[in-house]
Design a protein around this ligand. Sequence first.
Ligand code: UT7
Length: 330
Amino acid sequence: MSPRTPVARIAATSRYLPERVLTNADLEDMVDTSDAWIRERTGIRERRIADDDTGAAAMGAQAACGALQKAGLSARDVDLLIVSTATPDRLLPTTSCAIQAMIGASRCFAYDLQAACTGFLYALTMAEGQIASGRAENVLIVSTEKMSTIVDWDDRATCILFGDGAGAAVVQPSTNGEGILSSYHSSDGSLAELITRPAGGAALALTPERLRRREHMLQMSGPAVFKAAVKAMAGASAKAMQAAGLEADDIDLLVPHQANARIIEATARYARVPMDRVFVNLHRYGNISSATIPVGLDEAVEQGRIGPGSHILMAAFGAGLTWGAMAMRW
Ligand code: UT7
């Protein structure tokens, strides 16, 4: 496949992280775990937790306003608003419509996209398609996750992993050859049981018994997800690099989904990208699901690790299973 001419680029990014910090030491008081185990097995040191009255839409709106401001746009300039979230404020209507109302993006159409931790990359591809078709010029992507509301705080195998936060990106038509060079996405619904919230939807309505058994909370087969994640992210990264005509040496920064430091290291090893060219902020935020990549992009730009002309590779995986990778010239 020959590299395509970019049609869409990220014009600006922003992020919102709640102020409250939950450290590994705090978790030692909550479940049978230790700071040493969490750091060694995951790389996480602390994560952010939103207040009770701050939902996914409120966090997302903060990130959205920051990205619009940096892009020099007003909310009324937005043609399309895509919100990726696994933790919608309510099941109906969408979190995207809530954010639309909060920020005053009155001209756009807005929808939620659910692809768990891969949501930002799926959304970026949807934005690219709308721009390519001429239907939209200013697309706002918001990835916002209040993972603390779906985590079972008595389950040490999962509660140590996740945090809350939001990232946003403004996507616009490419102007000078910068933008998305390639993308590879995939999903496998036969592996749905590896990460799931079984109850609370249309199939298994909430009952007192299901609530008591916490079937509405996140359940995960950690080691099986770990293996699937490495395979998926490594494979997708190789395909995205090949489709973009890029070698590992060409990649200025790999911005991977932040789930586990060992998954990130294995992905980088397979992609042959040395760790000094891999963005990692997992130790500070834990896994913020689909918000990890836009938050990472925003911090990397701020730190000068991404600038005009940089070649970046993004890779993610999550519940579904879903996964993907994208190469981009900044
Ligand atoms: O965005 C996608 C979301 N999901 C992921 O990315 C998760 C991918 N998986 C992982 O990151 C890892 O599998 C975990 C971090 C979840 C677990 O690490 P692991 O090295 O795969 O540990 P394990 O599940 O195989 O458990 C090893 C031991 C077990 O004890 P025994 O049976 O050997 O006695 C667990 O009970 O560690 C125990 N354990 C813990 N010990 C202390 C599990 N969780 C904890 C904990 N503190 N928090």
